[in-house]
Design a protein around this ligand. Structure first.
Ligand code: NDP
Length: 281
């Protein structure tokens, strides 16, 4: 058996096409601003890709670049300026932030209806209360990928590796809403393999190259690889793709799986932000 590849690139392309069409119909040009603090090379690439996607669909976009040594006050000031900028409907702060900046304070400062990443406590809290108006972009993309398999989700056992609020916990919440039975694993989980082996849906969001091996996967499972790991000059996921595809039913590649969906979902979220701001007028 060889798994069907879930082609995140082409699903994301279709979403971008729909967003572009929507932009043509709008009277206001949607705007997305990215706050980038420091010189992390991976962050620079992520930001470049986000801006490119904005340009492709006809969004206004801008990057606020701050020095690696920027103070908390300076980053907060940049966020406040964007909160008040009528051209900007969505704001994201590229993570990670330098050590001296408290990530939570910065995310809290973004107005909830401009929080295109869906990271603010208000938007995360709404999602936990089954109100999905602004769902974090990566989990949103993951659910779209899982649904693209057209498999019945209700009653399935979903196992999530990773419990970060913006990825693992959020994916778990969304799969619970789909009536999956959800298990969350983390670095202290005992006998991991015995748990992953029972997963109908396995989502790996850890950040450890190729940690999911063939023996850990139930035949026919849907395997979603969120991990992005730089190994020498190539990117690999948390899943040993070549081995796991021999047993899985469906699998996402890295690159070309979750990554493009994160950006597509970010564009969709910016449109939602714009609609929320319009409704408030
Ligand atoms: P975090 O570092 O915040 O979380 C990693 C999680 O993995 C933690 O909950 C940790 O557990 C858990 N973990 C660590 N070791 C193990 C282990 N041996 N077994 C099971 N769980 C383990 O990372 P993120 O959630 O932000 O991101 C996860 C991965 O996804 C990264 O590779 C990141 O680059 C990638 N990513 C990709 C995106 C995309 O668009 N494709 C977007 C966002 C992230 P504990 O809580 O106990 O420490």
């Amino acid at each position: 058996m060889t798994a069907s590849i879930i082609d995140g690139r082409s699903i994301a392309k279709e979403i971008r096409k729909q967003v572009k069409q929507r932009v043509k119909e709008l009277q206001t040009q949607p705007g997305l601003a990215v706050v980038l603090v420091g010189v992390d090379p991976a962050s620079k690439i992520y930001v470049k890709n986000k801006i490119k996607a904005c340009e492709e669909v006809g969004f206004h976009s801008e990057v606020r670049r701050l020095d690696e040594n920027a103070t908390l006050g300076e980053v907060l000031e940049a966020v406040q300026e964007l909160n008040h900028d009528p051209k900007v409907h969505g704001i994201i702060v590229q993570l990670p932030l330098p050590k001296q900046i408290d990530k939570n304070l910065i995310i809290d400062a973004i107005l909830p209806y401009k929080d295109a990443d869906g990271f603010s406590p208000i938007n995360l809290g709404s999602m936990f209360a089954d109100d999905n108006r602004l769902v974090p972009a990566t989990p949103k993309g993951i659910i779209t990928l899982i649904k693209s398999t057209n498999q019945e989700l209700a009653g399935k056992h979903a196992v999530i590796l990773g419990r970060s609020p913006h990825v693992g916990k959020a994916v778990a919440t969304l799969l619970l809403q789909e009536n999956c039975t959800v298990t969350i694993c983390h670095s202290k989980t005992a006998q991991l393999e015995s748990i992953t082996k029972r997963a109908d849906i396995l989502v790996a969001a850890v950040g450890k190259p190729k940690m999911i091996t063939e023996e850990m996967v139930k035949p026919g499972a849907i395997v979603i690889d969120v991990g992005i790991n730089q190994v020498y000059d190539t990117l690999v996921g948390d899943v040993d793709f070549e081995e796991v595809k021999k047993v899985a039913g469906f699998i996402t590649p890295v690159p070309g799986g979750v990554g493009p969906m994160t950006i597509a979902s970010l564009l969709e979220n910016t449109l939602i932000c714009l609609a929320l701001q319009r409704d408030m007028k």
